[in-house]
Design a binder for this molecule. Structure first.
Ligand code: MF3
Ligand code: CO
Length: 252
């Protein structure tokens, strides 16, 4: 991996805006279809259909050998759950969709977690805290700050809410590559890490456990689950650091 962050000019940021607009359109379409009885493979098929219509390539399919366009992670699954014909959503589940596209050579990347019907109060609170942690992290993505300021904002908010941040997976720079420097951990110390510069484009993505933050990978080689089986949530936006502050590229 390259070590220096690759700064983007305004036309590159415009392409990233377009890539991420398509990602959000897909995520919102998936969200609308969520109900008990659907299989996770149905969401993969819907995501592929929209990519075809929009004439964009899904970003994850084939990435490091990942076989699908979509990651669908239910309950204790944190990230990288694979779509399956035999995996059925049920009332009370929480489901994360993580999706990316390549538009004119630029990657869009975002994730949401949504409830299936009525969910527990703990699940509700976990999703709220994770999304709020994302926005608190984004708020720190300003010239003059360092990556550790983003990390600390996320970690301190999550932990003060009684939840744990996943350490094994991190946010990242994004652009002509899905993953570019710098890494954006969801834990860390203020004032540490790379300086945040104008033109940086980052995928910020807190993954939060309602219990212990340790994860393990299932035998399929991809699905990351919490070791203690506690619920997990994941929200991700791609953002650009502009002179006026952070701009969310994956906004609806
Ligand atoms: N959104 C994930 C990330 O930023 C991408 C999934 S990884 C893949 O790391 F291998 F599944 F593509
Ligand atoms: Co990402």
């Amino acid at each position: 991996m390259l070590r220096r962050p690759i700064l983007k000019n305004s036309w590159e940021i415009e392409l990233l805006r377009k890539a991420n607009a398509i990602v959000m359109e897909v995520l919102l379409s998936l969200k609308e279809e969520v109900e008990p009885g659907k299989t996770t493979l149905e969401f993969e098929e819907l995501a592929l259909k929209i990519c075809e219509k929009k004439k964009v390539k899904p970003a994850f399919k084939g990435y490091r050998g990942y076989p699908y366009a979509l990651c669908v992670s239910i309950n204790e699954e944190v990230v990288h759950g694979m779509p399956r014909e035999d995996r059925v959503l049920k009332e009370g589940d929480i489901v994360s969709f993580d999706f990316g596209v390549i538009y004119e050579g630029y990657y869009g990347d975002a994730a949401i977690t949504v409830p299936v019907g009525k969910v527990s109060e703990e699940a509700e609170r976990l999703m709220k805290v994770t999304e709020e942690a994302l926005y608190r992290g984004i708020e720190k993505a300003r010239f003059g700050n360092r990556i550790g300021d983003i990390s600390y904002a996320i970690q301190s908010y999550v932990e003060s809410s009684g939840f744990g941040v996943i350490r094994e997976f991190v946010g990242h720079g994004v652009g002509r590559n899905l993953h570019e420097p710098p890494e954006v951990p969801n834990f860390g110390k203020p004032g540490r890490g790379p300086r945040i510069e104008i033109g940086m484009t980052l995928a910020i993505e807190p993954m939060v456990s309602a219990g212990d933050w340790r994860v393990k990978i299932l035998e399929d080689g991809w699905t990351a689950v919490t070791r203690d089986g506690s619920l997990a949530a994941h929200f991700e936006h791609s953002i650009a650091v502009t002179p006026k502050g952070p701009e969310i590229l994956s906004r609806v």
